[in-house]
Design a protein. Sequence first.
Length: 277
Amino acid sequence: MPAVPSSLIEPIWEQFQALIPPVVDTHPLGCHRPRIPDRVIFDKLVQVLVFGVAYVKIADSSCSATSIRTRRDEWIDAGIFAELEQICLNAYDKMIGLDLANLSVDGCIVKAPCGGEAAGRSPVDRGKQGTKRSLLVDGNGIPLGCVVAGANCHDSPLLAPTFEKLGRFGFDLPEKITVHLDAGYDSSKTRDLLHTLGCDWEISTKGTPLQAGARWVVERTNSWHTRGFRKLQICTEVRTRVIDAFIALAAAIIITRRLIAEAFTRYRWDTRPTRQP
C-alpha cells in the first residue's frame, strides 16, 4: 500500500525534482558507486513521514538508512523543502485563493521521546519530553507557517515568531486581518502585539465555556498533522531543521490535497483523478 496516492504525490514529486540541484562527480577517476536515484530517497522520506517508522526499518537493497539521512540533509541544506511548501502555497493562492483576511493560530503538543533541540518537559504528559508546534493557518485551514519549540513553552511567546513565517511568502496581505485565538492567548501582551501588527482579533475569554468561533480550522489542521503523519504525532527527530523539513513536506501534501479537492469541480487536467478526493 503506497504511503500517499499517486494522484497526489506525483505533482509534488515533479516540483520537488525540479528543485534538486545537479550533482557533480568530483572523483578524479569517476569510480564512485552509482548514485541512488532521488525518487527512491524521496519515496522513503514520504514513508517515514506518513508511517513514522525508523530509517533502518525502511532501508532495503535499494538504499541504506545512512543514504536516506545523508540525502535528506543535502536537500535541507539546499532549502528544497521550504521552497516546495512555498510553491504549493503559491499554486493554491493562484487557483483557489488564500483567505488571508481570517488567520488562526494554535499550539499543539506532541511526544518527543528522544528529546532534542525543540523538546521540553510536557505539562500534559507528566513532565516527559515533548515538542510544541505553533501553527498559522488561513481562513480555510491551509497551513501558512509553523514554529517548533519545547512543550514547556507557552503559546503567547510563540505568536510573534509564528506571524513572522507569513512574511517569507511575500503575499499581498489584505488591509483588514482578523486573528482568531483561543483562551491561551487571552492577555494584554497578545493584544498589544496584534495592535502593533495592525490586526483585529477575536480571542476566547478565560474561564468561559468552549468558544469555537472561526478558529476551528486550525484545530482541524493540527488534526491533519497528527492523524495523517505519524512522524509528526511522535517526534523522534532531535534537530529542529529536520523537524521543520518534515513539517514543510507534510504541509505540501496537505495543500496539494486540498487544491486537488477544491479544483476538482472547477478545472480539468490530464492527470485529474476519476473520483473526487
